[in-house]
Write a protein that binds this ligand. Structure first.
Ligand code: GUN
Length: 293
C-alpha cells in the first residue's frame, strides 16, 4: 500500500512555485497577492482563512484579510468586492463561506471577477470546467488531481467512482475525471446520498473519491482490491482525552481500507493539505496572467 502523502507532495509543489516566483521577482515583477474576505466570527472559517494567509506569506505572496462584522450589509460587501475586482495589484479573491444568513451567497459569488475567482466558484469558471476549457478549478478537486499527477497514477480508461455531488468537490471532481486530459479520461460514476446499494458501485471503482462528510463510512468490504482511495472527509470528533478536545476523521475507515487499497490518502495529512497547495497554485496562475508572463 502506498500512502498518498499530502505533506511531501505539497512541499514539492510549493517549492516549484517558489522557484518560478523567484525568477519573476529577479526580473523586477511584484509579488502575487491573495485577498480573503471573512464576514462574521465562525471559528472554522477563521481557522481556514488564517491557514490560507500563513501559507501565502510562507510562499512569498502578499496577503490581505478583510474581517467584517456579521451585520455588514450586502451593499457594503459588494462595494468591497468591486474595489478588489478593480485593484490591479490583487490577483486572487476569496469570500469565505458560509456567509451570514442575511446575505445571498450565490449572488455574491457571481460578483467576484472570474479572473480573480481562485476558488473556481463563478459560473464562468464552472462552465469552462464543464466544457474542458482553461479556467479556475475549485481547490479540493484540483488538489486531488495534483496528487494523482504527483504519484503518476494512471487514470485513462479507469472507472472512477465519486461519492458526493457538492458544487465545491463532488460535481467538479466528477467532471475533471471524465475530461479528455492526462489525469482524466475515466469512466465516471457519481454517487450521492440517494444512491441505493452504494457498495455495488464502490466495489467497481479503480479510483474511489469520497466526499460525503460521514466519518468512517467506507469500509474495506466496499473497496475493490488494489483500488486508489482518496478521502476528502474531515470531521471533528469530540475527544476529551486530547488537548484540542477533538480529533479529525475522514469518510474512509483508514485502518480497514489501507489493507485493501493500492494507494490511500490519510486524514489529516492528505487532501486537506493539497487543497491549500491548489489554492496557491490558482493564485499564482492569476498572478502570471496579470503580469503577462
Ligand atoms: N468554505 C469552506 N470551504 C471553502 C472554500 O474552499 N472556499 C471558500 N471561499 N469558502 C469555503
Amino acid at each position: 500500500m502506498v500512502l498518498l502523502d499530502g505533506k511531501t507532495t505539497t512541499e514539492k509543489i510549493k517549492n516549484e512555485i517558489k522557484i518560478e516566483l523567484n525568477s519573476f521577482i529577479a526580473k523586477g515583477h511584484r509579488k502575487p497577492h491573495l485577498a480573503a474576505i471573512l464576514v462574521g466570527d465562525d471559528g472554522a472559517s477563521r481557522t481556514y482563512v488564517d491557514s490560507k494567509e500563513r501559507n501565502s506569506l510562507a510562499l512569498g505572496f502578499d496577503s490581505t484579510i478583510l474581517r467584517l462584522p456579521a451585520n455588514t450589509s450586502e451593499a457594503d460587501l459588494l462595494a468591497i468586492i468591486t474595489d478588489i475586482n478593480n485593484n490591479p495589484l490583487i490577483d486572487g479573491l476569496i469570500v469565505q463561506s458560509p456567509l451570514p444568513t442575511h446575505m445571498d451567497e450565490k449572488m455574491i459569488t457571481q460578483c467576484i471577477s472570474p479572473d480573480k475567482d481562485v476558488d473556481g466558484f463563478h459560473y464562468i469558471n464552472m462552465g469552462k470546467l464543464a466544457r474542458g476549457d482553461k479556467g479556475f478549478v475549485s481547490a479540493t478537486p484540483l488538489g486531488i488531481l495534483m496528487m494523482l499527477e504527483a504519484y503518476d497514477i494512471p487514470t485513462s480508461g479507469k472507472h472512477c467512482v465519486v461519492i458526493g455531488r457538492s458544487n465545491i468537490v463532488g460535481r467538479p471532481m466528477s467532471i475533471l475525471m471524465s475530461n479528455n486530459s492526462k489525469y482524466g479520461n475515466c469512466t465516471v460514476t457519481l454517487c450521492h446520498s440517494r444512491t441505493t446499494h452504494i457498495e455495488h458501485f464502490t466495489r467497481q471503482a479503480d479510483i474511489l473519491i469520497v466526499a460525503l462528510g460521514k466519518p468512517g463510512f467506507v469500509k474495506a468490504n466496499m473497496v475493490k482490491p488494489d483500488a486508489v482511495v482518496i478521502d476528502v472527509g474531515i470531521t471533528r470528533i469530540d475527544d476529551s482525552s486530547r488537548k484540542s478536545g477533538f480529533y479529525l476523521k475522514g469518510d474512509v475507515d483508514f485502518e480497514e481500507v489501507k489493507e485493501v487499497a493500492s494507494h490511500i490518502t490519510p486524514v489529516p495529512g492528505g487532501v486537506g493539505l493539497m487543497t491549500i497547495a491548489a489554492l496557491l497554485s490558482n493564485t499564482f496562475t492569476a498572478y502570471k496572467n496579470n503580469i503577462g508572463v
